[in-house]
Write a protein that binds this ligand. Structure first.
Ligand code: NAP
Length: 310
């Protein structure tokens, strides 16, 4: 198959990639955005977004990402739906190989491959995934009408989704390994005021029990004691792991968790290679940050392209 040449290739169609794409389209850069599924990224796993500026009444995750996609489309962003299987990011020309068999090249690449939910790694988790073990409350919440379920984690995702799950479940038990939450204060206030939510503090899930579906979770308390909580569903919402499987990790500098290290202009250690959004090594993962980083990365990429000879 022929090699298709671009000036800029953006990998990933979440808030970072779509914003980079919007800026590239407006900058009249010959750019391509590659996405393996639907555009939207992890925001599609979120029922409701209450902190994206400009949406004073809040917005569903789906509508926000549909709007971001339409915005980039309005300026003619070229998109391709395919998976990147491998890439070589060293040298002046970066080469990407797609599962479609195509090869793409560009002097500049922006990596916006995002992150995915982390697993707890306890017995029963793999076996019962999709049978009561879930990583997405928006996707699976409606299956638990009038049932008793557990949520693991104490961050923004766990607490926001625990609140969302009270729309369906009879009782939601949040299991958290410390005695205070990491989630933002307004989210904590809502959770503490919600009668359907109760907390098991200073405890971790040590196993998930069930034959064909989840029947209970085993809990190990920090004082050494153990207990069993009968539930029909468990939502594991304990942070994210990088989507870096297709990245050349022998070329890119990453942190210990496998997230890409950049400078404040989103430049990686490789000239012409930029990263934005949740794949970056950073403390705060917010939609607004991802969008801002996408804009920064694209502007830095345009600056890089304009510095190239010819
Ligand atoms: P997070 O902020 O990293 O929180 C992860 C939570 O899971 C923490 O409470 C952590 O406990 C707990 N945890 C981690 N590993 C665990 C393990 N092995 N067993 C049990 N518990 C474990 O992750 P997140 O909540 O998924 O959020 C990811 C990013 O997205 C964050 O930057 C967050 O602010 C952002 N986010 C923002 C919003 C919003 O602004 N509305 C909504 C969702 C997510 P410790 O507290 O003890 O570390």
């Amino acid at each position: 198959m022929n090699t298709i040449e671009y000036q800029l290739i953006i990998i990933g169609g979440g808030p970072a990639g779509l914003t980079a794409g919007l800026y590239a389209a407006r900058g009249r850069v010959k750019a391509l955005l590659i996405e393996k599924g639907a555009t939207g990224g992890q925001v599609l796993l979120t029922d409701w977004v209450d902190n994206y500026p400009g949406f004073a009444e809040g917005v569903t995750g789906f509508e926000l990402m549909d709007t971001m996609t339409a915005h980039a489309d309005r300026f003619g962003l070229e998109k391709k739906f395919a998976a990147v299987e491998s890439m070589d990011l060293q040298g002046d020309v970066k080469t990407l190989h797609l599962d479609s068999g195509e090869t793409l090249t560009a002097p500049a690449v922006i990596l916006c491959t995002g992150a995915k939910p982390r697993k707890i790694g306890v017995p029963g988790e793999e076996e019962l995934q999709g049978k009561g073990v879930s990583y997405c409350a928006t996707c699976d919440g409606p299956f638990y009408r009038n049932q008793e379920i557990a949520v693991v984690g104490g961050g923004n995702t766990a607490i926001q989704e625990a609140i969302h799950l009270t729309k369906f479940a009879k009782k939601v038990t949040v299991i958290h390994r410390r005695d205070s939450l990491r989630a933002t204060a307004i989210m904590q206030e809502k959770a503490f005021a919600e009668p359907k939510i109760n907390f098991i503090w200073n405890a971790q899930v040590s196993g998930i029990v069930g034959t064909d579906s989840v029947e209970a979770v085993n809990i190990r308390h920090n004082d050494g004691s153990e207990s069993v909580l009968p539930v029909t569903g468990i939502f594991v919402l304990i942070g994210v792991a990088p989507n870096n499987e297709m990245l050349p990790l022998n070329q890119l500098q990453t942190d210990a968790g496998g997230f890409i290290i950049t400078n404040s202009e989103m430049r990686t250690n490789l000239p012409g290679v930029f990263a934005a959004g949740d794949i970056r090594s950073k403390l705060f993962r917010q939609i607004i940050n991802a969008a801002g980083e996408g804009a920064n990365a694209e502007l830095a990429a345009e600056h890089y392209l304009s510095s190239l000879p010819g």
